[in-house]
Design a protein around this ligand. Structure first.
Ligand SMILES: Cc1cc2nc3c(=O)[nH]c(=O)nc-3n(C[C@H](O)[C@H](O)[C@H](O)COP(=O)(O)O)c2cc1C
Length: 201
């Protein structure tokens, strides 16, 4: 099962560049994995999540302390842990990604579900072999782009061995080359989607 986290919040609707990037990845992935399931966490779900306040954290800790992992608050973390492969798509907003995606991360980073601690530090417990991050930005790609780094570190923390990303950059430069850059990025996303490896473990 591929888990697709659809953070393509866009004023462009279906014309979203990030969505085009994601579409290229998903079409290639589906062609390479016929009959396999894609589960999507949609934008509506992401936008419906409330950031954790202290009382909600206390409640979650109390559920964890009695092993109540079936509780709804752990549902997104359980889904993330179970995926064979994960793709995240989100536009480059304010140097990283939309707040709704950051809130989603609060839900999947559940100690006891997606990771745990040992005396040597944090150990990831997710099944996925690969996480791919797909983003598009107005500016050109810079080294150490925060969204790219964030998902790289999150994948490592969750025990996901391989990380790949596509940054479709320079899409708001107004130099007439935007379509070329986006098409190149879509081609790279398709190559990543078509790859057989990095799938499950
Ligand atoms: C709220 C908001 C914040 C943005 N912040 C950045 C930014 O920090 N850096 C950047 O290069 N582009 C930024 N952009 C431009 C978008 O990343 C760019 O237009 C992207 O291609 C939008 O993807 P979409 O077509 O899927 O909406 C921002 C756009 C919006 C709407």
């Amino acid at each position: 099962m591929l888990l697709f986290i659809d953070g393509c919040l866009s004023q462009r609707g279906e014309e979203s560049r990030t969505r085009r990037l994601a579409g290229s990845f998903l079409a290639a992935w589906r062609a390479a994995h016929p009959g396999e399931e894609v589960e999507t966490v949609g934008a509506e779900t992401l936008l419906s999540l409330r950031p954790f306040a202290p009382a909600a954290l206390d409640e979650r800790d109390a559920l964890a302390s009695v092993g109540a992992w079936e509780a709804p608050v752990f549902a997104l973390a359980r889904q993330f842990r179970a995926a064979d492969e994960i793709a995240v798509a989100a536009p480059f907003w304010d140097l990283s990604f939309p707040a709704a995606v950051r809130t989603y991360i609060e839900y999947i980073c559940a100690r006891g579900v997606t990771y745990h601690y040992t005396d040597r530090g944090c150990v990831g417990d997710c099944r996925a072999g690969r996480l791919t991050y797909l983003t598009s930005g107005g500016d050109v790609e810079r080294p150490e782009s925060l969204g790219v780094l964030y998902w790289r570190q999150l994948a490592a923390m969750c025990g996901i061995g391989e990380y790949a990303y596509v940054f479709a950059g320079g899409l708001d430069l107004g130099d007439g080359q935007e379509e070329v850059r986006l098409a190149d990025a879509c081609a790279l996303a398709a190559r990543l989607g078509a790859r057989e490896d990095g799938h499950g473990r």
